[in-house]
Design a protein around this ligand. Sequence first.
Ligand SMILES: [Zn+2]
Length: 76
Amino acid sequence: MQKCEICGGREFRQEEVDDVFRVGSRYVLVEHIPATVCVQCGERSFDAATAESLRKRLNEGEQRSARKVELEVFAY
Ligand SMILES: [Zn+2]
């Protein structure tokens, strides 16, 4: 049985999420990534195949981008 690494929760739902990844000096927003999301705290995890596919896509560079969006950056 899967357990959340953050809160120890055991309930998850499958969701498509958007996430921002840093590639060198660029940030890339990836939409509609299939993820397992903790119902309790919202922690997302990607399975190994998804993580590998993400890594490949990110390394292919910006010519594959669907579009560009502006991103506001805040330091915490
Ligand atoms: Zn959790």
